[in-house]
Write a protein that binds this ligand. Structure first.
Ligand SMILES: Cc1cc2nc3c(=O)[nH]c(=O)nc-3n(C[C@H](O)[C@H](O)[C@H](O)COP(=O)(O)OP(=O)(O)OC[C@H]3O[C@@H](n4cnc5c(N)ncnc54)[C@H](O)[C@@H]3O)c2cc1C
Length: 387
């Protein structure tokens, strides 16, 4: 095993680093959970796309760089080290894009992928419903076929940034007699279609991070179905696999947080050292981020030798979400009362940690709750009986 980067990989790192140094905006954007901030982030990602950096693992002809996963890890390291803006096109680039590549017709690929890569279209995810969260097979929103259209009625909820996106991908019950995983179809729905109402939901930080989407006789042409009619569950599981698997949360993101945590600890060492368990937590966080990084390289190396990411993506998801929580909780402990500063307070650093702390609470819930991931590990990895 050769643990050194190749000359080509080192050259790629230099190219990315120099491009980011020259291009990352000096001023912070507004929150991506506001219309104006979202648009700033979208434009930034379109700039990334012009250099093929919005979707580095996508094929070149579709607007990507054709990178392998090692190069992706390198790109992510440089991106996090440059403190470059959060990317708001992940639903498209990481989830729907690969699903279209696998299940889409040639027409669908040509119609949706280049616009997605350029950030001309921004996608929201429409799985959850008021009575179908963890138990997604309980979906009741219907898409009934009428001639060359589906007519959709029902409701989706918790749809991240659906307020600002212009398309939604989601699962709908196309066979009204069916139940559970059967009779569902995967549809691509323009959010400006007649009959759609989008209502914001406030997140813990008070921002309009999610939305409820109501469908009232919304007509969607048959060619907007991804995969076969009634096979939506199978297609959606591929999307969910991409979400929980390697790409959603790169190790570099947590290594960067760990570095910042160490810097925070050093800055406030005099007060933090009054409680030795804080120092231990900082060290544990740093080791956790390094361990996640090594484990990701291990996974990539296995994938390069033909393995597939299976149920172990659930262990990944639990690990990074709990690590993120622990890192932010430790920062809160270091900051003490200062942790309660709101954005706009003189200590901007503290406000950023608070924002991260609030978002970290969601990690064990989104992309499939950690309890559900533990069920998957128990049943599919450990072979334990169904609970
Ligand atoms: C930040 C964030 C972004 C999101 N973005 C989107 C989005 O863009 N699109 C979208 O469709 N959804 C989105 N969601 C919704 C998310 O997918 C759901 O919240 C999640 O699947 C859990 O469903 P629920 O909220 O209905 O909780 P429930 O399913 O009602 O679960 C409640 C609790 O019971 C536990 N539980 C449930 N079933 C079991 C079981 N069988 N065994 C053990 N424990 C169980 C759960 O773990 C949880 O703790 C988002 C959520 C968050 C927090």
């Amino acid at each position: 095993m050769d643990l050194n980067y190749t000359a080509a990989q080192r050259a790629f790192r230099t190219e990315v680093r120099e491009w980011l140094r020259a291009t990352v905006p000096a001023n912070k954007f507004g929150s991506y959970d506001t219309r104006e901030g979202f648009e700033q982030h979208r434009r930034w990602e379109a700039t990334l796309a012009e250099a093929g950096f919005s979707s580095v693992t996508w094929p070149k002809e579709l607007g990507g760089r054709g990178c392998d996963l090692i190069e992706w890890l390198i790109f992510e390291e440089e991106y996090s080290a440059a403190d470059a803006p959060f990317r708001v096109n992940q639903n498209g680039i990481l989830l729907l894009g690969p699903t279209i590549m696998e299940f889409g017709t040639e027409q669908q690929k040509a119609r949706f992928l280049p616009r997605m890569a350029r950030c001309d279209d921004m996608w929201a995810q429409g799985w959850s419903e008021p009575n179908a969260g963890s138990d997604m097979a309980a979906i009741s929103s219907r898409a009934i076929r009428e001639g060359d259209h589906y007519v959709i009625n029902g409701q989706k909820t918790w749809s991240t940034r659906a307020l600002f996106a212009n398309w939604l991908f989601g699962l709908f019950r196309s066979d009204p007699q069916s139940s559970r995983h059967h009779g569902l179809s995967y549809l691509l729905v323009p959010l400006d279609a007649k009959g759609i109402t989008i209502r914001p939901i406030k997140a813990l930080n008070g921002k309009q991070a999610f939305a409820e989407v109501f469908f009232d006789d919304v007509r969607v042409p048959l060619e907007n179905r991804l995969g076969d009619e009634g096979q939506g569950w199978h297609v959606a599981m591929a999307t969910a696999g991409f979400e929980r698997g390697l790409l959603l949360r790169s190790p570099a993101r947590f290594q960067r947080t760990a570095q910042k945590l160490v810097a925070l600890y050093r800055k406030h060492r005099a007060s933090a050292d009054r409680d030795p368990s804080i120092r231990e937590a900082v060290v544990r966080a740093w080791m956790g981020a390094e361990a996640y990084n090594l484990s990701s390289f291990h996974t990539v190396s296995r994938l390069r030798h033909g393995a597939k990411v299976g149920a172990e993506s659930s262990t990944n998801k639990i690990f990074w979400s709990e690590l993120d929580l622990e890192m932010h909780e430790t920062a809160m402990r270091i900051l003490g009362a200062r942790a309660e500063y709101l954005p706009g307070a003189p200590d901007a650093e503290a406000a950023e940690w608070l924002e991260g702390f609030l978002f970290a609470q969601a990690g064990p819930i989104y992309a499939g709750s950690n309890e559900i991931q533990r069920n998957i590990i128990a049943e599919r990895m450990l072979g334990l009986p169904k609970g």
